[in-house]
Ligand binder design. Structure first.
Ligand code: SAM
Length: 257
């Protein structure tokens, strides 16, 4: 599966800043997602697609800042994370979620919130989560879920990846995780499921058993067609929140009748 809204070459960070889907947009959603990661002091934790460090700020409330590594492909986002006093003790590295610059069996916890929707090949990213964990380690990933309402789903589809809950589950199972838990989450203003947090445990050392095709070389060329798709996807992203809000209000008014 490929990302729906291709980002223009050289502007990945600013583009993703402008079209941020709020997969873990509230502190409450963040806490509910992080609960599944079973964080505690003494663990080596990686936060992949850490962005400006919103999830990382929740992580350091539960685990050691000095043992947390933030990874993101965007130097702009990481610069904002670096400026946060709560994250001063963390390691911050630039890298790709689908080719993590971490050794196999080197972390106790893998966390990723609100980033999978940008990944060209989610199964590859989840296999990387598995690879870098030590046996007994836990991966927790939160991302948006396919909206139930027809119109919201159309906008979401034009925007970026909004996987169904079953797809998250299938990716985790194929990667080799066991004891998988799924938690549905939504901000107060949204009626229905908005995001899922999924967590699984790695039992045995080594890389993920999933068979992956060789990675496709990145296509950096922005043809007029790709620019058009990017613009349409970004517009769909901008329209998504007001449309979802209007649908929620309508559903609540109907229920109140
Ligand atoms: C919406 S932000 C989420 C940030 C943060 N985790 C949160 O929950 O607020 C998504 C982040 O994923 C990053 N990202 C997207 N694709 C990535 C990839 N392949 N590798 C690393 N980071 C990626 C983007 O640069 C962006 O900072």
């Amino acid at each position: 599966m490929r990302a729906k809204t291709p980002l223009p070459a050289g502007s990945t960070s600013t583009a993703s800043e402008a079209t941020t889907p709020p997969a873990c947009s509230t502190a409450d959603m963040r806490s509910r997602a992080l609960e599944l990661a079973r964080l505690e002091p003494g663990l080596d934790v990686v936060d992949v697609g850490a962005g400006t460090g919103f999830a990382s700020e929740g992580i350091v409330e539960l685990a050691d800042a000095e043992r947390l590594t933030l990874l993101d492909q965007s130097p702009h986002q990481l610069a904002q994370a670096r400026a946060k006093p709560a994250l001063a003790g963390c390691a911050i590295v630039r890298g790709d979620a689908e080719a993590l610059p971490f050794a196999t069996d080197s972390a106790d916890r893998y966390v990723s919130t609100g980033s999978i929707e940008y990944w060209p090949d989610p199964q590859r990213g989840i296999a990387e989560a598995y690879r870098v964990l030590r046996p007994g380690g836990i991966a927790m990933l939160a991302g948006p879920v396919q909206p139930a309402h027809r119109w919201a789903r159309r906008l979401a589809d034009a925007w970026m990846l909004f996987p169904a809950e079953e797809e998250y589950l299938a990716w985790f199972q194929a990667a080799g995780f066991t004891g998988i838990e799924v938690r549905r989450m939504a901000p107060d203003w949204f009626a229905g499921d908005f995001a899922v947090a999924i967590a699984g445990r790695k039992e045995t050392a080594g890389p993920s058993p999933v068979a992956l095709a060789p990675p496709e070389p990145p296509d950096e060329s922005m043809t007029p067609r790709r620019w058009l798709r990017f613009a349409a996807g970004s517009l769909a992203g901008l329209a998504f929140v007001p449309v979802a809000l209007a649908l929620t209000l309508r559903a609540r008014l109907r229920r109140g009748r």
